[in-house]
Every structure is written in structure tokens, then in C-alpha cells.
Design a protein around this ligand. Structure first.
Ligand code: HEC
Length: 508
């Protein structure tokens, strides 16, 4: 090792490039056999340094989750090509890469290993001709290029959990903390439908809460098996069913078994987890009648999928912010509104119904702000009420559900939006006014009522008048309450009041 010090600026300016240039031949290593193949066959579309090409029109290989993922998928891409929508490093493409038939098998293997070595930090064994042979057999007869979604699930079928949201917390614990007292640092939808660490952003120690819906095909006893390192607690319909609340090494033979009688239908799922030191592992399986034994957790060896920044969009104190995009927990395209007093809600712009209400931080825009990311952005707080389809507002005319047309929103001087939609010939506007204890919801309409129109609002399940165990609803005048069904029904007749008011109060 030589340390060269320059005596003058002149020397530094003119000698540095010469010295660097002179050292290149000494540093150059024997070229990887795949490098020449890459330069000849791939670089025109993917860039000399894997950065993509055509000013961002062609996808990169550097930072690509496809390059870092399962090598067999890269082999399938080389064999058949890939077409249609594909998300690469938080950006969506919709193009066609032809199969690389011009390459010999050896060249395919070489370029695969080169791409992998260069743009993935993976140190596993090289892909081989034998493995390529297995992949050729697997897709024998395929004439068309792959669609990305098929490739994504080829070796990694999605799990059964629906509307799954993952909340990440940083902190070091010896026992499960009370997550309801902590603010998650990020939250995002887990589109794989299973418990997985692949999207975890932080290194240990950390905590995670997954919340979603578990469908059960037949009534009977469902058996859950839970093993973890470190602690994990499983809740079904809000009840703890299995818990390992300590720091421990994962041991496959030490599993908690919980037998839970469940009816056919959807059940609330929640898994809390913390990692203190050592490896992070969760194994969760369930055996449901009519369903067999299935994994609810991911293959522990899976690599990280994406790198996505958290961009906290929580509005400044006293301000309101609107976020128009795909939102996790919303069945379709939606609009999320962050209000003062830490109140946040999301509406579906398809059914024009309120379908999530949460308190705390608003939403992270990382996914959608770094290009048109796939997936849906999730609320950043898990003090959240998710209204199920049955619990959402529905308008009826003469007993039949009405078609609802979203008409956008208008902001008042303070930035508070009024949502507007047409239903059964009426122009309805809806506005929320936040307060330190909750909010009021005013639904007004203009127009002439010809038929009898009814609004079925927020059917509560379980405790009467309480939504999701967290919000107490108090109906104002003109609202009939059907006690047995625990639902609020407003019947709008020609002389009904033009505004219906509901007060929502946080329980604690
Ligand atoms: C003619 C242009 C072209 C050539 C040549 C080409 N690709 Fe692609 N490649 C694409 C396009 C376009 C996509 C995205 C297809 C889509 O939108 O569905 C893609 C996707 C990929 C992907 C998955 C997405 C990503 O960016 O990681 C990999 C991996 C890949 N190519 C590797 C290669 C390798 C290795 C070679 C050389 C053997 C190669 N490609 C040659 C155009 C090309």
C-alpha cells in the first residue's frame, strides 16, 4: 500500500487522474464468463451497469427484487421472456422482454450468475446447467412470455390472509409490549396474504403486528400451531389463543397448539411479534376443516423484496390533508383524509362509504411517491377501526341497494373537505368535524325525495353502539336505531330533516 501525498494543488489536479488510470490494469480481475454475454445481449435494454435504459423506460437490474429473488425465476425469464405489468424497484413497467433463445444454455447460466453476483448480495451457490434443465422441464410447452404476477407466485403461492396489514415498531423488549400504546414507524399492506419478514425495513430489535382477516371454509375446530424466536402472540377475533411471550431460540419441535372452534366465515386475525436478539422466525400453521393443514407464515429464508422509504404524510398540527390513492383496507380506489386531533379516515370512492377510521399518524406515501408503486399504502396507526362490508353505509331505495356516484369533494376555508355523491336522485354531502374526543359526521342531501330512501349506516357487531370496540356512535335526530340488528337506519321521506348527524366518540 502506497500513500501518496501531493505537495501542491497542481500536482493533485494533474497527477490524480494519471495515477488512477495507471492503476486500472493492475486492479482488473479476470472477467466473469457472464459479463460478455450481459454486454452483448442484455445491456442495450438494461444498461451497461444494470441501471435500466431508455431514460427510465426499461427496467433496471440493479436494486431489482426480481434479480435478488428466486434464481429459478430469472431462469424462467431468460427461457420465455416476460410481458405485461411488472413492478421493479417501486416503479411499474408494461413492456415485453422477448425470450433469450439466441443464448446457449451455458450462456444463460453464465449471465444469470453474473447478474446475480453483480446486483444481489447473495452468496449462495451458482445456478447450474442441471438446474436450468429442471426449469426447462417445468415450463415445457410454454409458448408465451410469462406475466409477472404468475412468476411472482410460481414458487411462492400467496397465503390465505386477506386485507393483511403489517405495522412495524422499533424498540427492544424482553416481553411483548402493549402495542396499542406505541406508534408504529411504518405500516403497509402485505399483499402475500401471509406472515412474512420480507418487507421488514429495520434490523433488530423490532416489533411487528399483523392484522387481517382469516377466512374459514367450514364450521368446526381449527387448530393453530405457533413457534417463534422471540415472542409471538396470536389473537383470533380479539382473543388470545396462543402465546410465547419470552426471548427464546426457535426450535421446530417446541410449538404451541391452540384448538379454536370457529364458524364458517371471516375471522379477525392478529399476530404480535418481537425480536430482541438472534434470528427472527415465526412459524404459524393452521388446520381448518375442509382446508387441510396450511402455512400462515412465510418461508423463513426469503430475501427482502423491496426497499421502500417511509414518507410520513401526517398533516401539521391543526391542518387537514387529503390522500387520493390505493389505500390498504379499502376495497377499491379510495380517498384518505388526515384531520386535526389525530383523526384519520378513508372512504371508498366506489361505494362512497367510510371504511376505516384511525387515530394517530396518517399514512405513509413512500409506495406511491417513489414512482407508481404497486400495492396499497396503509394507515400508520393500528388504533384503527376497519368497517367490514356489512358495517359500511349502504343506501337503499324501496329496499334495493342504490347505485352511488362519487362527485368528488370541496374544501372549506380551513381545508376541511365535504364529500359529495349522487344517490337515488339526491345530491348527498358528507362532512366530518373532528374534536379532541372523536368527531361528528353530518350527512345532508339536496333534491326531491320521490321514493322512500333509506340509509343503513354502520351496523355494529358485538357490543351495541360500539364500532370495532373503539368508537361509540350516538345518532342524532331523525335516525332510527334498530336495536336487534344494532344498526342505524335513516329513513328519508319528503319532509325529513335535510341533515342527519352522528357523533362518534373514542372509548379511551
Ligand atoms: C429487448 C430488450 C431487452 C433485452 C435484450 C433484455 N431484456 Fe430483460 N427486460 C426487458 C423488459 C422490457 C423487461 C420488463 C418486461 C415487462 O414490462 O413485463 C425486462 C425484464 C427483465 C427482468 C425482470 C425485471 C427486472 O428489471 O429485474 C430481468 C431479471 C431481466 N429482464 C433480465 C434480462 C437479462 C439477464 C437479459 C440478457 C440476457 C435481458 N433481460 C435482456 C427488456 C429486455
Amino acid at each position: 500500500m502506497y500513500i501518496i501525498t501531493f505537495k501542491s494543488n497542481f500536482m493533485r489536479k494533474f497527477l490524480t487522474p494519471i495515477l488512477i488510470a495507471a492503476s486500472i490494469p493492475m486492479l482488473a480481475q479476470a472477467e466473469h464468463p457472464g459479463e460478455a454475454v450481459f454486454k452483448q445481449y442484455c445491456s442495450a435494454c438494461h444498461g451497461m451497469n444494470g441501471e435500466g435504459a431508455g431514460n427510465g423506460a426499461f427496467p433496471p437490474l440493479r436494486n431489482s427484487e426480481w434479480v435478488r429473488g428466486d434464481k429459478r425465476i430469472i431462469a424462467q425469464i431468460l427461457l420465455h421472456g416476460v410481458k405485461g405489468k411488472i413492478s421493479v424497484y417501486n416503479k411499474e413497467y408494461d413492456l415485453h422482454m422477448p425470450s433469450q433463445g439466441a443464448l446457449s444454455d451455458q450462456q444463460k447460466v453464465d449471465v444469470l450468475n453474473y447478474v446475480r453476483k453483480t446486483w444481489s448480495h447473495d452468496k449462495s451457490d451458482d445456478f447450474t446447467l442441471e438446474k436450468l434443465e429442471v426449469e426447462k422441464k417445468r415450463s415445457a410447452g410454454r409458448e408465451e412470455a410469462w406475466e409477472a404476477i404468475k412468476l411472482k407466485y410460481l414458487f411462492d403461492p400467496p397465503g390465505p390472509l386477506q386485507d393483511l396489514i403489517m405495522y412495524e415498531y422499533s424498540g427492544k423488549w424482553e416481553q411483548m409490549p402493549d402495542f396499542s400504546q406505541l406508534e408504529p414507524e411504518s405500516a403497509e399492506e402485505e399483499s402475500y396474504g401471509k406472515i412474512s419478514f420480507r418487507n421488514i425495513r429495520r434490523d433488530k430489535p423490532f416489533g411487528v403486528v399483523w392484522e387481517g382477516v382469516l377466512p374459514i371454509p367450514q364450521t368446526g375446530v381449527t387448530e393453530f400451531e405457533l413457534g417463534s424466536s422471540d415472542g409471538a402472540i396470536l389473537y383470533i377475533n380479539g382473543k388470545e389463543v396462543a402465546a410465547q411471550n419470552e426471548i427464546r431460540n426457535y426450535n421446530i419441535s417446541e410449538r404451541m397448539i391452540a384448538k379454536v372452534p370457529l364458524n364458517k366465515g371471516n375471522h379477525q386475525f392478529r399476530l404480535e411479534y418481537f425480536n430482541n436478539t438472534g434470528s427472527k422466525t415465526v412459524l404459524l400453521r393452521y388446520t381448518a376443516p375442509g382446508n387441510g393443514r396450511r402455512l400462515l407464515s412465510d418461508d423463513p429464508g426469503r430475501v427482502k423484496d423491496r426497499t421502500m422509504p417511509t414518507i410520513d404524510l401526517t398533516p401539521a398540527e391543526g391542518q387537514t390533508r387529503i390522500y387520493n390513492n390505493f389505500i390498504a383496507g379499502n376495497s377499491s380506489r379510495g380517498i384518505a383524509i388526515g384531520y386535526p386531533h389525530k383523526l384519520n379516515v378513508s372512504y371508498s370512492t366506489e361505494s362512497c362509504s367510510l371504511n376505516q377510521i384511525w387515530r394517530g399518524k396518517f399514512i405513509s406515501g413512500g409506495l406511491h411517491w417513489t414512482g407508481r408503486g404497486q400495492g396499497r399504502q396503509a394507515p400508520m396507526s393500528n388504533y384503527r377501526v376497519q368497517l367490514t362490508k356489512e358495517a359500511e353505509a349502504t343506501w337503499f331505495s324501496e329496499g334495493q341497494p342504490c347505485e352511488v356516484q362519487y362527485k368528488g369533494y370541496r374544501k372549506d376555508a380551513s381545508g376541511n373537505p365535504t364529500l359529495r355523491y349522487m344517490v337515488d336522485g339526491l345530491m348527498v354531502s358528507e362532512v366530518l368535524t373532528p374534536s379532541p374526543t372523536g368527531f361528528t359526521r353530518e350527512i345532508s342531501y339536496e333534491g326531491t325525495v320521490e321514493n322512500q330512501t333509506t340509509l343503513l349506516l354502520n351496523k355494529t357487531q358485538g357490543e351495541p353502539n360500539v364500532l370495532g370496540g373503539k368508537l361509540v356512535i350516538t345518532p342524532g335526530e331523525g335516525v332510527e336505531v334498530t336495536q336487534n340488528q344494532q344498526s342505524y337506519i335513516a329513513v328519508i321521506k319528503p319532509n325529513s330533516p335535510k341533515t342527519l348527524t352522528f357523533t362518534y366518540t373514542w372509548k379511551n
